[in-house]
Write a protein that binds this ligand. Structure first.
Ligand SMILES: Nc1nc2c([nH]c(=O)n2[C@H]2C[C@H](O)[C@@H](COP(=O)(O)OP(=O)(O)OP(=O)(O)O)O2)c(=O)[nH]1
Length: 140
């Protein structure tokens, strides 16, 4: 995991995936046992030492969903200040390359049309990701 102290604050880099398939997007609900319990997120997780954002993303998606994805587009980085640490979300639009999903960490997943995404209770940082995803869709 890469954790950098900047001005006494821990900065954590978290690549995450906006996975598209058949016009829908995958949303994952966090486990009740984790931080941000039961909030919705884009699958991904903290990068490890010496890992690029892309490598970390592909590894996390394999670990959490047991599928392969292909990166299509990098969305703007967004951050969430938690007081004691700052989470830097690095979102990538991805497509599925294998289709048999097995959940190892999430409580559940949902496939939603892009316009349906705001109906879920997302982590705060993800609201920016959704806005940036809409912006990306509008330019396609
Ligand atoms: N994967 C992912 N994490 C997110 C999103 N939004 C958001 O605030 N986060 C936060 C939740 C976690 O604190 C962190 C990702 O950490 P992680 O998934 O590798 O591990 P974790 O739940 O055990 O993390 P932690 O909070 O206990 O340190 O980023 C998101 O869309 N996707």
């Amino acid at each position: 995991m890469i954790e950098v102290l900047v001005s006494e604050k821990l900065v954590v880099r978290v690549p995450c995936a906006v996975i598209e398939h058949n016009g829908k997007v995958l949303a994952g609900q966090r486990s009740p046992a984790l931080s941000f319990p039961l909030k919705w997120e884009f699958p991904g997780g903290k990068a490890e030492k010496n890992e690029s954002d892309e490598e970390a993303l592909l590894r996390e998606i394999r670990e959490e969903l047991n599928v392969e994805v292909e990166i299509i587009h990098k969305l703007p980085v967004t951050s969430k200040d938690q007081g004691w640490r700052e989470i830097i979300l690095v979102p990538f639009v991805c497509r599925l390359n294998s289709y048999q999903i097995t959940l190892t960490e999430h409580e559940q997943i949902l496939w939603l049309k892009p316009k349906e995404l705001p109906s879920l209770d997302w982590t705060e940082a993800d609201l920016n990701v959704i806005e940036n995803y809409y912006e990306y869709l509008s330019t396609k």
